[in-house]
Design a protein. Sequence first.
Length: 141
Amino acid sequence: MSYAAMDWVCEQTIKDPQAKYVLLMVAKHVNDRWQAWPSAQRLAELTGLNERTVRRKLVELKKDGYLFVETRNVGGRQSSNMMTIKRKGGQSVSRGRAERPPNISGNKNNSSSVIRGAESPPNNDGIDFSAMAAKSMRKGN
């Protein structure tokens, strides 16, 4: 869970309260790169919205520049999508390379997983988090 991502969503001016709530529940699932893999069914359970409504809100959030969505397939079947929360205007909040999605196929090497979709979101902030993490580890934090 990322409180930073959830705080960021709360600060956004999203006119549709259902869309904002869906984005908040996506933020609840993000990793340190602001990537998440919740299914539409899971988001529907959390929000109390119909799954079809959740899917519509995800499309709106993608269109409005809040989400970058990559389709994932495992073993030739559609799986939950990888979602990356982005700053409005298309600047990605994600930093660094995309993390490999969790292995949901049961295969140890996850070789049957195929990711299709648009190019990775841009990373224009120039922040080297690996150096920051190494420095933090040396300090014992």
